[in-house]
Design a protein around this ligand. Structure first.
Ligand code: ATP
Ligand code: MG
Length: 555
């Protein structure tokens, strides 16, 4: 380990270093514990890569555990998507996948163990009463009248709870800790509740289910997790976590360390909110490319490398903050820059006719695929009398500093000739339909013409040789109004222009062979990737991953 590495170590690594040095642990075992109730998002990617990265760094192990202690209906779709997403990110979990519900028996034993130690009791107070008895931040709580039941009675009642003798809510099992604790989580928290519901894994075997704060530390302990890394909202629960593993007498108890969640500026990251957007049909499913679920990012064309880099650059911290979406864009741009061919694709075409170019002539220009990467070679691009150019590359009445086509102006057609605008045609609605130009044969790109210069360079495709494809452009799904992305009722301000579908793009014909996830730079327009869902053989649909320009540079 060199000095630089030492200095840049994050606080979690420093804690682990300390544990190893003090002999508290010899091996590092981490885990990612998703609840299978939705798709993973960019925030989960942070947790996954952090846990996986630590396990790798310390040559330890990284577990995947579905935290399925809630008896809700099984959602195979979520379980499958979570596995796919973690694999795609490149985080390889160790051995078999774990399911928290497989530990119910062990958890039950732990609860019985606590009862026998006098550290847990069955309580008959209602949920409302428990809340009233709990006290507040400034006032201590009040002890439950059931707190001093005998161990024998508690054992019998708990067994009867398990056997299904009581209705939901009739009784709970509580840890017997301290009703006067300044930490409300320690005021005899409920650790088991009754719920007569069918569990997707254990069926009707159980009608009592452990609460998260009791179940999670035991799950960790069973798997031999050494460092249980979670997000900041669990910081106040850590004393309870420690209490549970201590009182249930694990030989090598796990240790909880909290870090700040990843938030993206101006982007919806919470699972609950994403679910709402999906359920209300505001987006087209969990993998709608406007979302930041892993599935959506992948579909849109983000690469695992770009996400890993983004997570790396956004750092691990103990203080909540938001990361800039532009940083994610920067990462994918940097990732794609060297490896993707730069193609000519006209998103919103108008025709350009070169009046003095021979009618049936076709020339093939050699175009380097990527000037930053010779290995990608070059291709032949056909050129003819009728081309398509971007509608925005012509203006009848240009503003100052507009250097592209307008009557009388000359521009460079990328890798071809200079052309000068001599005329244009409009339809009955006043829309420009054709731009007429003349070309100067002396300006051909391989002739090193230097006698005069032009300020604008535009791309083009030969009309007869081009292919028509669909492209989709994305903007932020939510928008800021009066400085907030939410309105007064707490709902997001939805941007009505978050999706633009362009069905008449004209591109180099070879792009028709592109396969799902193939990605290209479309010169001047951004990086585009083939949509895996809506593309058909020979009819790719291109998603814009990111545009080319950004003012963003990481500090
Ligand atoms: P959400 O906050 O979106 O509702 P969740 O916490 O309900 O997500 P879980 O399936 O319980 O989702 O999360 C699995 C793990 O991912 C937990 O350890 C959780 O702390 C972590 N996690 C969730 N959101 C983020 C985030 N934004 N940044 C980092 N880690 C996160
Ligand atoms: Mg959660």
């Amino acid at each position: 380990m060199d000095t630089n590495e030492t200095i840049s170590r994050n606080f979690i690594e420093r804690e682990i270093d300390k544990d190893i040095k003090e002999g508290k642990t010899t091996k590092v075992v981490t885990r990612f514990p998703p609840e299978p109730n939705g798709y993973l998002h960019i925030g989960h990617a942070k947790s996954i890569l952090l846990n996986y990265g630590l396990a790798r760094e310390y040559k330890g192990e990284f577990n995947l555990r579905f935290d399925d202690t809630n008896p809700t209906k099984e959602d195979v779709e979520f379980v499958d998507s979570i596995k796919d997403d973690i694999k795609w990110l490149g985080a390889n979990w160790n051995g078999d996948i774990h399911y928290a519900s497989n530990y119910f028996e062990k958890m039950y034993e732990c609860a019985v163990y606590l009862i026998k130690k006098g550290k847990a009791y069955v309580c008959d107070l209602t949920a409302d009463e428990i809340r009233q008895y709990r006290g507040t931040l400034s006032e201590p709580g009040k002890e439950s009248p059931y707190r001093d039941r005998t161990i024998e009675e508690n054992l019998r009642l708990f067994e009867e709870m398990r056997a299904g003798k009581y209705a939901d809510g009739e009784k709970v099992l509580r840890a017997r800790i301290d009703m006067a604790s300044p930490n409300i989580n320690m005021r005899d928290p409920v650790i088991y509740r009754i719920s007569h519901m069918t569990h997707h894994n254990t069926g009707d075997e159980w009608c009592i289910y452990p609460m998260y704060d009791f179940a999670h530390p035991i799950e960790d302990a069973i798997e031999g997790i050494t460092h249980s890394i979670c997000t900041l909202e669990f910081e106040d629960h850590r004393p309870l976590y420690d209490w549970v593993v201590q009182e249930t007498d694990w030989e090598n108890p796990p240790r909880q360390i909290e870090f700040a969640k990843l938030y993206l500026d101006g982007v919806v990251t919470g699972k609950r909110y994403i679910k709402k957007l999906v359920e209300e049909g505001i987006v087209d499913g969990w993998d709608d490319p406007r979302l930041v679920t892993i599935a959506a990012l992948r579909r849109r064309g983000f690469t695992p490398e770009s996400i890993r880099n983004f997570i790396e650059l956004s750092g691990v911290s103990k203080a909540n903050s938001t990361s800039d979406y532009a940083l994610l864009e920067y990462c994918v741009r940097e990732d794609m820059k060297p490896g993707r061919s730069r193609m000519y694709a006209v998103l919103d075409p108008i025709r350009l006719v070169i009046d003095n170019y021979p009618e049936d002539q076709v020339e093939y220009f050699d175009v380097v695929n990527n000037v930053e990467n010779e290995a990608l070679g070059s291709r032949k691009v056909p050129f003819s009398k009728e081309l398509y150019i971007e509608r925005t590359d012509f203006m009848e009445e240009p503003p100052k500093k507009y250097f592209r086509l307008y009557p009388g102006n000359e521009v460079r057609l990328m890798n071809a000739y200079f052309v000068k605008c001599v005329d244009y045609e409009k339809d009955e609605n006043g829309n420009v339909t054709v731009v007429h130009c003349t070309y100067d044969p002396a300006t051909r790109s391989d002739l090193n013409f230097t006698e005069r210069k032009v300020k604008g360079t535009i791309h083009w495709v030969s009309a007869a040789h081009s292919a028509r494809v669909e492209a989709r452009l994305y903007e932020n799904l939510v928008m800021e109004i009066d400085g907030s992305i939410k309105n007064e009722s707490g709902d997001y301000n939805i941007n009505p222009d978050s999706l633009t579908v362009l069905t008449d793009c004209r591109v180099e014909a070879s792009l028709l062979d592109a396969k799902p996830y193939d990605a290209f730079q479309f010169v001047r327009n951004g990086y585009f990737s083939v949509d895996p869902k809506d593309s058909k053989e020979g009819a790719p649909v291109f998603n814009r991953v990111v545009s080319l320009k950004s003012s963003y540079k990481p500090s």
